[in-house]
Design a protein around this ligand. Sequence first.
Ligand code: 4AD
Ligand code: MG
Length: 430
Amino acid sequence: MEKVSISTIQFFEDREVELKGWLYNKRSSGKLHFLQLRDGTGIIQCVVFKGDVSEEIFKLCGELTQESAIIVRGTVRRDERSTLGFEIGASDVECVQMAEAYPITPKEHGLAYLMDHRHLWLRSTRPHAILQVRHEVVKACRDYMDTNGFILMDAPIFTPAACEGTTTLFETDYFGEKAYLTQSGQLYMEAAAMAFGKVYCFGPTFRSEKSKTRRHLTEFWMIEPEMAYCDLDGDMDLAEDMVVYIVARILEECSEELEVLERDIGKLEKVKKPFPRISYQQAIDILHKTGSDIRWGVDLGGDDETVVSQQFETPILVHRYPTKVKAFYMKEDPQDARLALCMDMLAPEGYGEIIGGGQREDELAILERKLSEHELPKETFAWYLDLRRYGSVPHAGFGMGIERMITWICGLHHVRETIPFPRTLQRLYP
Ligand code: 4AD
Ligand code: MG
């Protein structure tokens, strides 16, 4: 008897196997019970025929409840009618635990209810598909970095200072001192890039986002590459290449999941290089043409991003935003000091920003001025200023929010479904 998982069942035709899992669903008629067994890797139908098992086992199968833990033994049979192509002719069924009445039934539940039961909801097909895509996106990001000469440099979670502005910091008590949960590993990656050339970090980041939008989590994961001797154009090249790579990988590896999610993959197939690159000024012009009265100088809001990105079929890169609305570390455009050498990548179909980054200020005097303009404490940034004292070079990088990326790839309405246990303004449970 082989102990197998459902995902490899095609290699065991006509063989005796043992499957360990949970009862997903059940249907009975006279001398037959049809048990839908799920084991985390898939779902398979196990046919229990009265003549093939003891009376006791047949009775037990009749009593099994949804999500009961069961072990099924039997023969793998070809079954052209099922999507899997195989079923199990059961010879033995063992109940490990008889589940209580399961709170998630095949009927419709509201999203708030499902989120309250997220610890159980993870077992259902939709979350399962989304989180499988997440797994593949993360793997693709890492593979991309690792095969393109980037070295992994984990950034700290406890930090003494703000990276992305002070308004969204989570404060903690660090042995009587204030420490903040990191908003971004970027500043540390800049130090690491001067040591290793091309680096990246991938980890959780935290923002005390007071906004209740469908794009914001308070805890999200970001992959952040950083490159020495790189400018804004080189940075945009990397972002574009990486996104094309990830989308292609998901189309190749996750077609079943995308089908479960009813994703229109024609839209994803259009994600090819080159992506249009437009300036902030051009984005403002587009907004004005579509009836917006946005003023030059303000940051693009979520709705503005939606309108601009809807004009294109691939992601776009918007560069050179006004310095005033951007973080202190961004390099001023030598052509126009009102602008920063930064970029955002906006996903198509109205999904908005999935990447933010750009070239970093590499001149000590300008950076010192920026720190004071942003009222940031020079002492906590002393180490960061050092990087401009000892071998400062042009350098650039970006951060890609994993959950935003998955929301777009899966075509979801809300970012909260893309992480196993989302944290938002209103949610800390389960
Ligand atoms: O544009 P952001 O704030 O850029 C940075 O943090 C830079 N320091 C990154 C860098 O250059 N190394 O955030 C980067 C990305 C956004 O484009 C978005 O995808 C995601 O992080 N993001 C969020 N995702 C979910 N919930 C939130 N509250 C997010 N805030 C940003
Ligand atoms: Mg941003």
